[in-house]
Design a protein around this ligand. Structure first.
Ligand SMILES: [Zn+2]
Length: 445
């Protein structure tokens, strides 16, 4: 056992108790107040963490409650970026999501894996280095953000006030190292809607919708209708009669649509509504297709694989049909290129483009000394092969040149991130700290 590992074993309970204190703060984005850009709770979690860092002898700074930092050593070469805000708990938890509990070796609570656990592991990686008397040639800075889950305005602000260290990784993704992130485009479109059918499907743009609801309201002035009685006879439809139909699919993240079953495209395919806009959408988004081929897209590259294109929102009411599309495109394409194609197709089909925004792809050279150092640290601690991977989602370092995601999720495991029962195994809390300590020594030692 290395002395780093020994230190972590000896401080296992302390690590769990710090995580438990942090999880107890419901650091979901709240109303902005003077001095609290994302509400009071994210700032409270940040303050709590900075106190612990100061107690550990690190040089701490709170940058206006947007983000904070803690340095070991002068002019840091390496930055480790984590965040202390969380997504709302949702419903269905057994016990309180904010009372960390240990069950079968797992620490369960909102933020355990995303990203309070990794923040605790980062602090203890630094503490282990201090305690074992290792000397670093270059400094290391822990950076704690408070707005990753809602657009990373924390990081944007921090960067206007302070310079980031030259090398940055975030343990807010997956192992071994994520060095490629697809580009993203979100398109909102609309058109006139003349039917007395309301459509409601998809509440967020970055998820494959699992439910599509149709509500038809009968207006006696507009025409005549009949309904089928239980006994098989027909009766005239009363004015204001409503009929609701629900089409169900399977939800998935929009960057991995093949794992889901899109309720909107299922509805389009069913033929339940026949009118021009629906027919046009059916042609552009055939059920089961996830790469946008029919929209003239369907690109792929060797590193990031196939692109994705998901019709994730569709709403019709008050004479307007509105839709939303989430696109993740390969590293070798640009936002402008993809946007021209998709917006062109939609306009041709008779839709207005309401907005079309996104980000370019992110790529860091996997052969760089920095990435190779991280991979060596990973392999040394876990015995597993270190390699770079590319994903469809964007991580916290998407806008940071040369940045990569390094952990915290191990390949092939599901930690229920953002959902009910989010957890981190106790063993992995230690393992993450150990990998991060080795990484710091590799890069800064
Ligand atoms: Zn996160």
């Amino acid at each position: 056992m290395t002395d780093i590992r020994k230190y972590l074993e000896e401080h296992r309970d302390e690590m769990i108790s710090l995580l438990s204190e942090l999880v107890a703060v419901r650091s979901v984005q709240g109303e902005a107040e003077d001095g609290f850009p994302f509400g009071r709770e994210p700032a409270r979690a940040l303050g709590m963490m900075l106190v612990k860092c100061r107690e550990a002898g690190l040089e701490v700074e709170n940058v206006d409650n947007y983000a904070g930092s803690a340095d070991l050593g002068e002019s840091p070469l390496l930055g480790i970026l984590t965040h202390l805000d969380v997504v709302p708990e949702g419903t269905g938890w057994e016990g309180s999501p904010y009372a960390l509990r240990e069950e079968n070796g797992n620490l369960i609570g909102r933020g355990a894996i995303d990203d309070k656990g990794p923040a605790v592991a980062a602090l203890y990686a630094v503490k282990a280095i201090q305690a074992t008397g290792r000397k670093l040639k270059n400094g290391v800075r822990l950076i704690f953000g408070t707005n990753e889950e809602n657009g990373s305005a924390d990081l944007a602000y921090y960067r206007t006030k302070r310079e980031l260290p030259p090398l940055v990784f975030t343990p807010d993704g997956e192992y071994p190292v994520i060095n490629g992130e697809k580009g993203m485009l979100r398109v909102y479109f609309s058109t006139y809607w003349g039917l007395s059918v309301d459509i409601r499907a998809g509440s967020v743009i970055n998820a494959v919708p699992s439910v599509c609801e149709l509500k038809s309201v009968f207006n006696a002035k507009a025409g005549c209708g009949v309904i089928l009685n239980d006994d098989g006879s027909w009766a005239p439809m009363p004015d204001g009669y409503t009929n609701t139909e629900t089409i169900t699919g399977v939800s998935a993240h929009a960057s991995t649509p093949e794992k889901g079953d899109n309720a909107i495209t299922k509805m389009l395919e069913s033929g339940i509504i026949a009118c021009k806009p629906i027919e046009e959408l059916k042609k552009l988004f055939p059920h089961g297709e996830t790469d946008g081929r029919s929209c003239g897209l369907g690109f792929s590259d060797d590193i990031s694989g196939k692109m994705t294109c998901v019709l994730s929102m569709l709403n019709a009411e008050k004479g307007r049909l509105r839709g939303g599309i989430d696109i993740r495109f390969p590293l070798d394409r640009t936002k402008a290129e993809i946007s021209d194609i998709i917006c062109g197709k939609l306009r041709e089909a008779g839709f207005d483009i309401d907005s079309c925004e996104g980000v370019e792809p992110h790529y860091t050279d996997g052969g760089s000394d920095f990435v190779q150092s991280l991979l060596r640290a990973y392999t040394r601690v876990t015995g597993e092969e270190g390699k770079c991977i590319s994903i469809g989602g964007g991580t916290y370092v998407h806008e940071i040149e040369g940045g990569v995601a390094f952990g915290t999720e191990f390949p092939g495991k599901d930690y229920h991130m953002h959902s009910v029962g989010e957890y981190m195994p106790v063993e992995e809390l230690l393992l993450n700290a150990e990998i991060m300590a080795e990484a710091i020594l590799e890069v800064c030692g």
